[in-house]
Design a protein around this ligand. Structure first.
Ligand SMILES: [Zn+2]
Length: 246
């Protein structure tokens, strides 16, 4: 862990840093030879823009992985922010009167060239409808926001069904990468760990899931672990209305 001014960060590799924001939230900075990308802006209590610009000699883009307030709260520090078109409604709902910056729609499936690095914009619908991932091809790393968190939240504003999540997880396993990063951890996880989420859903039993109150929602927690890793999925009962995918 390195400390630079007001932020600590972890170097995942030369070009990818996990920047520690407040309350366990991480933003990711990807530094290419001609362009950098800042993924997410945390709660935004500190001046993330000043920190990021002190680290860079290139232009940069700011992109939200999804619209939850712990990932978009610092958007107000920047002039322009990008996100998937389907996610802007959620971002605006959480920001109320703070949306003074330019809002741009990032096409899912597009590729951004950073010079020596190339980043594919991947659909990761589940945690929210417009959640996106960033596959840095040369490094074999997928930056996943909250879409693949070890404790995966499938409730709250914008989340989809268990079926939709399962489909996304299967599709993600087909992509070419070796490691992934999440928005609430500085760890680099092996791709195989995603299979624990898939197995969790395949073995999911509501009557074996523990019930708890999470942020005012009546949620169930389904837990699973094997050699590949562990998975917890927190969901509300309505996420199972379409049934389970098997
Ligand atoms: Zn989230």
């Amino acid at each position: 862990m390195q400390n630079n001014g007001s932020y600590e960060y972890t170097e995942i590799c030369d070009s990818i840093w996990q920047i520690k924001e407040d309350d366990g939230v991480y933003c990711t900075l990807v530094r290419g030879s001609e362009l950098a990308v800042l993924i997410d802006t945390g709660f935004g209590r500190r001046n993330l823009k000043a920190f990021v610009e002190a680290q860079l000699t290139t232009p940069y883009m700011v992109i939200n992985s999804h619209g939850h307030p712990d990932h978009v709260g610092g958007n107000h520090w920047f002039d322009t922010v990008w996100a998937a078109s389907e996610e802007w409604e959620i971002i605006r709902r959480f920001q109320e009167d703070q949306v003074a910056y330019e809002q741009k729609e990032l096409p899912v499936g597009s590729q951004i060239s950073l010079g020596n690095l190339h980043m594919d914009i991947i659909p990761l619908a589940g945690h929210t409808r417009g959640s996106i991932g960033f596959l840095v091809k040369e490094q074999g790393i997928l930056i996943a926001g909250d879409a693949l968190n070890e404790q995966l939240w499938l409730f709250n504003d914008g989340s989809l069904s268990m079926n939709a999540l399962y489909h996304t997880l299967q599709k993600t396993m087909e992509l070419d990468f070796s490691y992934y990063l999440c928005g609430h951890s500085s760890e680099k996880y092996p791709k195989e760990k995603i299979s624990a989420h898939i197995k969790n859903i395949e073995n999911l039993r509501v009557d074996e899931s523990s019930k708890r109150n999470t942020l005012g929602f009546e949620t169930y927690c389904s837990a699973y672990s094997d050699l590949h890793g562990s998975s917890e999925i927190l969901f509300t009962a309505d996420k199972l209305e379409q049934g389970l995918p098997y």
